[in-house]
Design a protein around this ligand. Structure first.
Ligand SMILES: [Zn+2]
Length: 203
């Protein structure tokens, strides 16, 4: 296999999938950089050509644990390196953000990142959650939702605090309020809310 400037290699050690880009070849050695490193330009170093392999297996089919295997051939004219997967892509295959192309990322990589971010958002939502356990019971007991999402019955009002599981009930005529920490069981909250609503009804 011919080692050529512009080729990308990836470490055979799966625990350390570092990429190398060959910048120059000189007397049996290659001058390489790490294209995905933020400090790529400062990580210039020489590596023996014998450390660069065509595949991740030896001739006997044994997986290599050391050295680097070929990841991508040099770019075609106009191709740009995706800094995430370290493959050369045509310019129109680059993901463009609202700010334009900042850090070159190919479209498939951009999709991967978006999917990853979406899972974080989903798990966050689950973590924050809402007191649906309280809401369901109160709704079944005739509480109705106002435009702000609070539940109202006979002048009493129960609402969730923003972005957490705390909630509170305000008595009829706003004479008093009772705050419930996130750990208060639904049956305690609904009992207090019902008491507040019944008070008004009975008054
Ligand atoms: Zn990519």
């Amino acid at each position: 296999m011919a080692v050529r400037a512009g080729q990308i290699y990836i470490a055979c050690n799966p625990r350390q999938p570092t990429h190398l880009r060959v910048d120059r070849i000189y007397e049996g050695r290659a001058l390489v950089t790490d294209p995905s490193s933020l400090h790529a330009r400062y990580r210039l170093r020489w590596i023996k050509l014998s450390s660069l392999h065509e595949t991740g297996q030896t001739r006997n089919g044994i997986p290599r644990r050391t050295g680097y295997r070929l990841h991508s051939q040099p770019p075609q004219l106009g191709q740009i390196l995706c800094l995430r997967c370290c493959r050369y892509v045509d310019r129109e295959q680059l993901h463009e953000t609202r700010l334009g192309v900042t850090e070159p990322t190919c479209k498939p990589c951009a999709d991967d990142i978006a999917a990853l971010v979406a899972t974080w958002t989903t798990s966050n939502d689950e973590e924050i959650g809402y007191r649906d356990d309280v809401r369901d019971v109160l709704t079944a007991q005739g509480w109705t939702e106002n435009s702000e999402g609070a539940l109202i019955k006979n002048g009493a009002l129960w609402t969730e605090a923003n972005d957490c599981l705390d909630s509170g009930v305000v008595g009829p005529g706003q004479d008093y309020s009772v705050a419930f920490d996130s750990g208060v069981p639904a049956r305690v909250i609904t009992a207090a809310c019902e008491a507040a609503a019944t008070e008004q009804a009975g008054a």
